[in-house]
Design a protein around this ligand. Structure first.
Ligand code: AMP
Length: 211
């Protein structure tokens, strides 16, 4: 079973993915992480993607698809697709690679997103995301590395990314309307976890009916 996570940049798709991975056994694939890893490792694809990511622009389709296919490496089942697709064309391409069973829209109003983005930090070593509220001295609690601010986590780029979401990604809500489940991620983390539990229970129940 494959699930696509839709949602504005900064809506918390990474956090939801982590719970689905750790507690429900899904594989996690984040095209944002793939971009950052390729950039960090100075690969050919990373060099090509770098300026787009820094400016908050969408990386061209062929580059993103190459990264995705490399990461999938012939296995494409039981995945959480986080940050992909982001356009209708990407959604059509994903259909050619693997079926999408469910789509979870991680929903948060823009004002809360901008507040969260200002507090967001990333571990440059293990890529885990934190809020400054949950860590001491901005040190990664997993691998003890000093956290950094993502190059695209400044107010100007965050607003541009929200604008891009409206024009490019929001049409996917309609494209996937028959598979769509909504997760309100504007409250606290426990509330989000509870909603994920309810959503996964519904998904598994429907999945069993169809087997
Ligand atoms: P994210 O971590 O998902 O917020 O993505 C960070 C950045 O990576 C985005 O602002 C884009 O520059 C790039 N990126 C990630 N996923 C995609 C995608 N599906 N299509 C194009 N660019 C992407």
């Amino acid at each position: 079973m494959n699930i696509v996570l839709l949602g504005k940049p900064g809506a918390g798709k990474g956090y939801v993915s982590e719970i689905l991975k750790n507690e429900y056994g899904f594989n996690h694939i984040s095209t944002g992480n793939l971009c950052r890893e390729n950039i960090k490792n100075n690969t050919k694809l990373g060099v090509l993607a770098s300026t787009y990511v820094q400016k908050g622009d969408l990386v061209p389709l062929d580059i993103i698809l190459d990264m995705l296919k490399q990461a999938l490496n012939n296995s494409s089942d039981n995945y959480i697709f986080d940050g992909f697709p982001r356009t209708l064309i990407q959604a059509q391409q994903l259909n050619k690679i693997t079926p999408v069973d469910y789509v979870i829209l991680v929903d948060v109003p823009n004002d809360i997103i901008l507040q969260r983005v200002a507090k967001r930090r990333i571990c440059p070593n293990c890529s885990k995301l934190f809020s400054t509220d949950e860590v001491q001295d901005e040190i990664c609690i997993v691998c003890n590395t000093k956290l950094t601010i993502r190059a695209d986590d400044n107010l100007e780029v965050a607003k541009k990314r929200l604008q891009l979401y409206e024009t490019e990604t929001k049409p996917l809500v309609d494209f996937y309307k028959d598979k769509l489940l909504i997760l309100d991620n504007s409250k606290d983390l426990e509330n989000t976890k509870q909603q994920i539990k309810e959503i996964t229970e519904r998904i598994y129940a429907k999945f069993k009916e169809n087997v």
